[in-house]
Design a binder for this molecule. Sequence first.
Ligand code: ADE
Ligand code: ZN
Length: 345
Amino acid sequence: MRPLSPGAASFFQSFRATRKGELHLHLEGSISTGTLVRLSTRFRNPAFPSAEEVSRRKRLHGPSSFLELYRDVCRCLKSSADYAEVARDLAQRLRRERIAYAEVYVSPAVVERIGLSWSEVQGALETVFAGHEAAGAGRIVVLLDSVRQWGPETAERVLDLHESSPWPRVAGFGLGGDETALPAREFRRVFDRVRSLALAPLIHAGEWGGADGVAEAVEVLKPVRIAHGIRAVEDAAVVRLLARRHLPLDICIASNVATGAVLDGRNHPVLRLLRSGVPVSLSTDDPGLFGTTLRGEFVRLALLGASGRELRTVLAASRRGALRPFSPPGPARRSRGTFPPSPRR
Ligand code: ADE
Ligand code: ZN
């Protein structure tokens, strides 16, 4: 790691006051340790009996231990009120960091798998998110998420739920989970439907899977952005493809180190991708589980050697890549932050 350049140091002086966005954030992964222990210990044999146990589980040994942790966190959510509690943790964190705009993955597939009603959970989340916006704390946009290893049928079910009762806060649809479980081409029809429902297609790729999986996702599913995408760096042709198509990567440095997607944080490829002309934004992914902040992500980038100009470019990429304008709709807040024109409603 290198010392911060003067340009980078001055970037951080104004960071707190700057209107910031993050485009890659999972609701369930935003749970605080306190909430996790409280929700878990309501039942016999809790998975997370104490903060110490949460810390122990957060010491990951690769993607499978992360996916198991995530599964166990989701299993603690037993009602729409529990979901609302996690949403309040998320909103509190956004306020603390003064994040003006967040795109949040919410997974109806997980909601149904744990036996809850999507419409009730959706209603509970809407109350929290609308309250956050009404208080002037920033805009929250929802990305519906399905779990890649649960296959195209589960993804279709998520789209059925959305089609039968569209939630205006939803702007996109993405696939998370284990990208190595099924190739992108299995979801071609799902993504055709995503577009026909006027949702922006997104996908996790190039996190635990290689550059070929990124190329396949790009060519077959035509996403508007890719979550992670870092392993594109392993194939210069795939990097050129991303740069040529101006296809943004929503990169999460701390997450990549924690899950073992990158073995040594000092060699994280984010700067190489940026300097090859790939649009890059930074996000926290699962801030409750990785204990990271958006500022922390930018500090990591600066320590990798980013200049003040590069930090500003990455910050601006979150606006450029956002599916909607930073300011929530409504007469009082319409005037700021509408740059640049891309598909938005
Ligand atoms: N769901 C939540 N965090 C994830 C990640 N880092 N990769 C894939 N799916 C996820
Ligand atoms: Zn993610």
